[in-house]
Design a protein around this ligand. Structure first.
Ligand SMILES: [Zn+2]
Length: 524
């Protein structure tokens, strides 16, 4: 469990999910939570149970499907409604029953918002805070309070804003996070207000939005002024210009200010984790993102090449390995030999120097073509086995495939795929129908192979993501497809890259089935 003296609190699954164009399924949220836990954050806010059915479902499934090593889950919700008891408010009950040990309550701290948005009295708002916090703490939950619009509230009515803090702290809230909800603050003024707030004796947290481009700077300024709890989102996701980027905040505090926030080896996974999360969100990664972006340590060498070679530290602010990134002087994505060897070990292979050299070469070559292995472990393992065993284990070989997409009179669009395969000495031809070409291909492959490999019945294609990658250096754009499959015991992801989306999908599907058979313990 993380040290309680300083909190790293992630709100990707709640506030980050407000980002335009971002839409997370419950499975996506569970996957992101696992990644954040791998990073070692102390708290993961899962959403608003009771107000949002998907979030209620998230907390229900989290109880059996999430095995968190570092983080504790927080359920987000509002203080009770005006005029009812917290104990009788169904939304408060949903928080209580979410199974989360932490409840983060959002409360108004701006007097005009109390009157205009809540349409209640200032006194009743304080009573709502007092009652809800003390009810939930009496029920054994740890309560954090998000003081909404705190900085604007402080500017217009400082006495009331501070009264909200005191009330929450006295009622038992263990942290009061000051929210720059509009994101309009600059570091110097924000720090002054945080300092005043810390003077009340309440434990102060900070929650910043990036509307001025200062969310991270504001967070750091708040910490210097006394905040001991920082909130933010993976990759800076969030509404409008986003929330404070939690990765940048953590790296800054740990590497520049000496805070001991996450295990150093987890910090060394930060780049991988940041990218793995973008594959779940399907938001194109920001290559210029501090610390973890692919360009964060990329040098256009030119005149400096030889100097960089002699002493790269002259040209970069930290050793990129500390955050799991790499200095790059070339265009390819470059898997490091060390990470390839490490990954091989994780999969049960002790690679010789020669094997890892060959594997790194293949990974680099494929990544330059648009493959990504950070998010496609199964494809990496197949590649590793190819490299070590010579030729990939073939459960089947492909003679050909074909897909037809037909728009029928009336408007229905259907797809039909035919595959011709060889397996166990037989030539098999099978046809599958589906609502789309990939679905049809998937069905055709299963039909062809299920008699020979009945275990395939348990393998399911659960996710399919397509991204168009811009061409580099005069090449055309290519399509990358990531397929996630599952069986009774787990999930795995495979990747395909081609100019044609169906061909890219086929590559990912073929590997998905091969890997599924490998898991089922077949020897080809
Ligand atoms: Zn927010």
């Amino acid at each position: 469990m993380a040290d309680d003296r300083f909190h790293v609190y992630d709100t990707t699954l709640r506030d980050g999910a407000q980002q335009e164009g971002l839409n997370l399924t419950v499975a996506d949220k569970l996957a992101i939570a696992r990644h954040l836990d791998d990073l070692g954050v102390g708290f993961i806010e899962g959403g608003w149970p009771g107000a949002n059915p998907k979030d209620t479902e998230f907390f229900r499934r989290a109880q059996t499907e999430l095995d968190l090593k570092h983080a504790q889950l927080a359920a987000f919700g509002a203080t009770r409604r005006a005029g009812v008891k917290a104990a009788d408010d169904p939304l408060v009950a949903a928080l209580r029953e979410s199974g989360a040990p932490i409840v983060t309550l959002v409360a108004k701290s701006h007097s005009r918002h109390v009157e205009l948005a809540l349409r209640t009295t200032l006194e009743e708002n304080l009573a709502m805070i007092r009652d809800t916090v003390s009810h939930l703490t009496a029920e054994g939950r740890r309560v954090f309070l998000d003081a909404e619009h705190f900085f604007d509230g402080y500017r217009s009515d400082p006495a009331y804003a501070l009264e909200v803090l005191r009330t929450a702290a006295e009622a038992g809230a263990s942290v009061i996070a000051l929210c720059d909800t509009n994101g309009g603050m600059l570091p110097d003024e924000l720090a002054d207000v945080v300092h005043e707030a810390a003077g009340t004796g309440a434990r102060i947290g900070i929650h910043c939005h990036d509307d001025t481009g200062c969310a991270v700077a504001n967070t750091l300024a708040a910490v210097k002024a006394g905040a001991t709890h920082v909130q933010g989102c993976a990759n800076g996701y969030g509404e409008r210009s986003g929330n404070a980027n939690l990765f940048t905040v953590v790296a800054n505090l740990q590497l520049k200010r000496g805070f001991d926030l996450v295990p150093p080896q987890s910090l060394g996974e930060m780049t991988r984790i940041a990218h793995a999360i973008t594959e779940v969100t399907n938001v194109t990664p920001n290559s210029h993102q501090p610390y973890v972006g692919t360009s964060a340590f990329a040098h256009k060498a030119g005149l400096h090449a030889s100097a960089i070679k002699v002493d790269p530290n002259l040209y970069q602010h930290i050793d990129p390995a500390e955050v799991g990134n790499d200095m790059r002087m070339l265009v390819s994505d470059m898997a490091g030999r060390a990470s390839v060897e490490l990954k091989g070990r994780e999969l049960g292979y002790e690679l010789t120097g020669e094997e890892s050299r060959r594997l790194v070469e293949r990974v680099k070559d494929l990544e330059a073509k648009g493959h990504t292995f950070e998010a496609a472990d199964a494809s990496f393992e197949l590649l590793l086995r190819d490299t070590v065993d010579g030729e990939r284990r073939r459960y089947f070989t492909v003679e050909s495939w074909r897909v037809i997409v037909e728009r029928r009179p009336g408007g229905d669009v259907v797809s039909e795929a035919t595959v011709k395969l060889h397996a166990k000495g037989e030539r098999i031809i099978a046809t599958g129908e589906g609502n789309g070409p990939v679905n049809a291909l998937d069905r055709a492959v299963r039909l062809a192979l299920e008699k020979l490999y009945p275990e395939l019945a348990a393998v399911e294609l659960i996710d399919f993501k397509v991204r168009i990658l811009e061409g580099t250096h005069g090449t055309d754009a290519v399509t990358r497809v990531l397929v996630t499959s599952s069986d009774a015991t787990g999930e795995w992801a495979t990747v395909g890259v081609a100019e044609n989306v169906i061909e890219a999908s086929w590559q990912a599907l073929e590997q998905a089935v091969t890997y599924g058979l490998l898991r089922a313990g077949h020897s080809a």
